[in-house]
Ligand binder design. Structure first.
Ligand SMILES: Cc1ncc(COP(=O)(O)O)c(C=O)c1O
Length: 299
């Protein structure tokens, strides 16, 4: 299964033939939660943090977890062992499954569907990191906002799909979502950081963003190297005064943003704070993954 593997409720399929029912509520209503992560040296990075977030998202969406976290972890590792890419992309999805009827009521859908998808990692190009990307500000309200599921990683990413399309139409590669008050929240699939006079600023989780696992690592790494960092609401108007901007995510790691809404950030090149953090983060990720691989081997 060199092209990847898809485990559906634990059963291995090739990506070409893997399929689920059109009556699955993930398909019908985006009634699902998910996680996406990558490996370093073949070891899934922060797998337990991703599974804990999956469990939290599932609880917010009232989808029951079909496996314990330990069994989920074992399933992901089994999938990785079936593929053996240099580095892998891992997606873990949990849908509410099928109901008896097409109706919305969740009471009839009692068997969640779980999918673990493992494909070769396609990381951004070296140019992306060397030159940076352009972004737009996209004013919006996220799908889960104002509901109990605010902050969950829900399967419905239509908002991000539309925001990214607007970015592409403007010749940019990322959209920074801002609410109607002009508070910058996050990217389409990333968290955002800005540098002002030597201090990094990132919006707090309390504004309703996804609590990014890379975001948490970046905050930790910044503190370790003595880079001042604060979590506070960030206004779209402030971006024009930032010396540096970058976004973070599990798959793209740290990507510099050198232009926002057509205006250059700093001198239009990835800045020294970004470059240092990316280097230290890269080392840190490989080290953490090696520790976790050693721990898994002794289990
Ligand atoms: C909306 C959103 N915010 C932030 C992130 C970054 O989170 P993480 O670092 O855990 O990948 C993602 C990742 O996909 C995302 O979809």
């Amino acid at each position: 299964m060199s092209a990847g593997v898809v485990l559906i409720n634990g059963e291995a399929h090739s990506p070409e033939t893997a399929s689920v029912s059109v009556f699955d509520r993930g398909f019908l209503y985006g009634d699902s939660v998910f996680e996406a992560l990558r490996t370093y040296g073949g070891e899934p990075f922060e797998l337990s943090a991703h599974l804990a977030r999956l469990e939290n998202s599932a609880a917010l969406a009232k989808i029951s977890m079909p496996l314990t976290l330990a069994d989920f972890e074992a399933e992901v590792r089994r999938g990785l062992a079936l593929t053996r890419f240099d580095e892998s992309y891992v997606r873990i999805l949990l849908t509410r499954g099928r109901g008896r009827e097409l109706g919305l009521s969740m009471s009839e859908a009692q068997s969640p569907l779980r999918v673990v998808l493992i494909l070769p990692l396609r990381a951004p190009s070296a140019t992306t990191y060397e030159r940076g990307i352009a972004a737009i500000i996209y004013r919006t309200q996220r799908v889960g906002d104002g509901t109990l599921a605010s902050g969950a990683k829900l399967g419905n990413y239509l908002l991000s799909v539309l925001a990214l399309d607007a970015a592409r139409a403007a010749g940019a590669e990322e959209a920074l979502l801002a609410d109607h008050q002009g508070s910058v929240l996050e990217g389409t699939t990333s968290n955002v950081f800005c540098l002002f006079d030597g201090t990094l600023v990132t919006p707090p989780v309390s504004v309703g963003i996804l609590a990014g696992i890379t975001r948490k690592e970046v905050i930790q790494v910044a503190r370790q190297i003595g880079q001042p960092i604060v979590e506070r609401p960030l206004l779209a108007e402030e971006l024009g005064f930032a010396q540096e901007v970058f976004v973070s995510s599990s798959i793209r790691e740290l990507v510099p943003v050198v232009r926002v809404d057509g205006r250059e950030i700093g001198d239009g090149l990835p800045g020294p704070c970004y470059r240092r953090l990316r280097e230290v983060f890269g080392r840190h990720a490989h080290e953490l993954a090696a520790v976790s691989a050693a721990r898994a081997a002794t289990k």
